[in-house]
Design a protein around this ligand. Structure first.
Ligand SMILES: Cc1cc2nc3c(=O)[nH]c(=O)nc-3n(C[C@H](O)[C@H](O)[C@H](O)COP(=O)(O)O)c2cc1C
Length: 286
């Protein structure tokens, strides 16, 4: 188990890597990766989470196959995480995938999601996934290229896709009512920072937090233009789950207690919210 400070550091330091050392990871490291995959905690325990671990040596162009964007160079491996279940499947998929991405980052292994929702039916057939399985993104991974050219490429690619930018905290954190931007109180500020740096498709950052009566509520945007560009509004649910994972990992890293409770949409305690926000969950802290 990592020292807790390293886990928080990994949440903040994780970034999308698009150029890799070609060399595959050694067997011992791949065994650690498999352990990380099987250790991913569920949002909904009844959902069945499966992950195909693939070598990309005979590289097909994953971006084209999956319907993603950007360019990738020589990722030696990829994961295809998919989920079978009834409830909050996409949120749970993002939640478990992001735990893997962050724990890989803590081992010095780079990764990047490549979105698959736009061509999900085709992807299911192409990779032999069971009928009804949901897959939102692959996660390519490997050692980030360390030569100067590789590092520069990763930085430039991230900048050109706008991946280095995050919304200021007052845009995603509201207090008492959803029209009141605020700074997070000290006790939850590191959790909100962990959420703010989460990755999302086309860097859409759909998450909005409401802090009311000592309770944290999470909403995601509906009808997000960026997700229209990416080909599916359903990314908001998946990326909401990613953001929830960062908060859960931050709680663990900081030795704090708390757990997410999902909304079904009919609960009387859901705060009033505009039509362009979808209530996702509330964090129960003890
Ligand atoms: C569901 C999902 C799909 C993504 N798809 C792609 C993709 O197809 N191509 C790509 O280059 N990056 C992709 N990304 C990475 C995002 O562009 C990146 O997370 C965002 O710009 C923030 O940058 P960062 O991860 O470096 O912090 C995806 C991320 C997520 C969460």
């Amino acid at each position: 188990m990592l020292p807790r400070g390293d886990l928080y550091e990994a949440i903040l330091a994780r970034r999308s890597v698009r150029r890799y050392e070609k060399r595959p990871l050694d067997e011992a490291t791949l065994a650690q990766v498999r352990e990380i995959i099987s250790g991913a905690k569920p949002l909904i325990p009844e959902n069945r989470f499966e992950v195909l671990v693939r070598d990309e040596a005979a590289s097909e162009d994953l971006v084209t196959v999956l319907g993603g964007y950007g360019r990738f160079y020589t990722p030696p491996h990829s994961l295809a995480p998919y989920m079978l279940g009834e409830e909050h499947v996409l949120e749970d998929l993002g939640y478990r995938s992001e735990q893997i991405a962050v724990r890989l980052a803590a081992l010095g292994i780079g990764s990047c999601y490549i979105g698959a929702l736009k061509q999900e039916d085709k992807v299911r057939v192409r990779f032999g996934l069971p009928k009804g399985a949901r897959i939102a993104a692959f996660l390519v991974f490997g050692r980030p290229a360390v030569a100067v050219g590789g590092r520069t490429f990763n930085t430039l690619m991230r900048r050109s896709l706008g991946g280095h930018k995050r919304l200021p905290v007052e845009r995603i954190f509201l207090q008492d009512t959803l029209d009141n931007p605020a700074a997070p109180p000290a006790e939850i500020s590191p959790l909100i920072e962990a959420a703010r740096v989460a990755p999302s498709g086309v860097n859409a950052q759909p998450w909005r937090f409401l802090w009311r009566d000592e309770r944290l509520y999470l909403f995601v945007t509906r009808n997000n233009l960026k997700y229209t560009m990416a080909g599916s509004q359903e990314y908001a649910l998946h990326d909401g789950g990613i953001c929830m994972a960062n908060v859960t990992l931050a709680l663990e890293a900081l030795g704090m207690e708390g757990r997410w409770v999902m909304f079904e949409g009919t609960e009387p305690d859901i705060p009033d919210h505009p039509a362009d926000l979808h209530p996702l969950a509330t964090l129960v802290m003890r």
